[in-house]
Design a protein around this ligand. Structure first.
Ligand code: SF4
Length: 311
């Protein structure tokens, strides 16, 4: 048997913790996702390729890394890994990555493994954590429930904590309605699940027949899926890079401010880093058009340029 096949079969059957049959309940991660995608994957388990199985395994390995660190720590309150929390009446469940417990507070920590650190937590993460918090509050009404998302980029060794999530009854009510809708659609495949368009649509296996996208429009198809995925990934990276560059520029300017308060430059290794003031003159087009329409018409030229829009 070829190595890739051995790895593929092994990962398909590997025991990463028992979450049970996911078609028999609505989980917290389901509630964070697009209802249509969740329902279809529950009705028929999608085929996962080796790359997807490795990505799934990466998430479990990250959690185990944290378990190892927590076990070696003496500073933590009582904690539990993969606590199952179940709704009293409905088939809703959460397998909370980590729960920390003191006499008055329960805190959930959801671990996310990322390839690029986002600036803000994704909506799906926020919904997932709020659903976990809500289920925990139902089971522990006298305790304050808090939550965080801990994101890890294993390649870069970067971590980021998104904190401040607290029990919010209105938000939880809304998420219970979403869970109920998902469950209704799983029970009765005649009920059409709602769609929730988002950045993950580009990777959704149910995209070809998705009603959120106009399938009747006759548009020629091109086999450029890989290129499109790379393009979308790089656009995200570009946004993050811009934010990183701006942050580092602030640090370097502060270095000049502190290291050479009377000057405008510092040495960093063999490089000279200096502040430089540039001037630019901008014309206020709308004001010019309003006050001097003839001059504006004489000198204004219209140009068109092309942009790429991915829907
Ligand atoms: S393509 Fe997007 S909106 Fe449609 S099912 Fe997939 S995730 Fe949901």
């Amino acid at each position: 048997m070829e190595l890739h096949e051995i790895l593929y079969q092994g990962l398909l059957n590997a025991d990463f913790g028992d979450l049970g049959d996911r078609s028999e309940y609505v989980g917290a991660s389901d509630v964070g996702g697009c209802p249509r995608k969740v329902v279809l994957s529950k009705l028929e388990e999608p085929h996962h390729d080796l790359a997807t199985l490795i990505r799934f395994a990466r998430g479990h390995l990250t959690e185990h890394l944290i378990v190892l660190a927590f076990k070696a720590s003496t500073y933590l309150p009582k904690w539990e890994y993969q606590r199952e929390v179940v709704h009293k009446q409905r088939p809703y469940k959460a397998h909370v990555d980590f729960v920390f417990e003191t006499r008055q507070v329960l805190a959930v920590m959801e671990v996310k493994t990322v390839s690029k650190m986002p600036k803000e937590p994704y909506d799906s993460w926020v919904q997932q954590v709020h659903f976990q918090i809500g289920l925990l509050k139902d089971a522990n009404p006298s305790k304050a429930i808090r939550g965080v998302v801990f994101a890890i980029d294993l390649n870069e060794g970067q971590t980021k904590l998104f904190d401040g999530f607290e029990y919010d009854s209105k938000l939880y009510e809304g998420l219970l309605l979403k869970a109920s809708h998902i469950w209704e659609c799983v029970q009765d495949p005649g009920v059409e699940p709602e769609t929730e368009k988002g950045p993950l649509c580009a990777w959704c296996p149910y995209r070809p027949s998705c009603p959120a996208y106009d399938i009747n429009e006759s548009i020629p198809e091109m086999p450029l899926e890989d290129e499109l995925q790379q393009y979308l990934g790089l656009k995200e990276t570009q946004k993050d890079l811009k934010a990183e560059i701006d942050k580092l520029a602030v640090v370097l300017k502060a270095g000049i401010e502190n290291g050479n308060p009377d000057g405008d430059r510092i040495r960093v290794g063999r490089n000279l880093v200096r502040r430089s003031v540039r001037h630019s003159t901008r014309l206020n087009g709308p004001a010019l058009k309003k006050d001097h329409p003839r001059i504006h018409a004489k000198y204004a030229t219209e140009t068109s340029y092309e942009v790429l829009v991915v829907e």
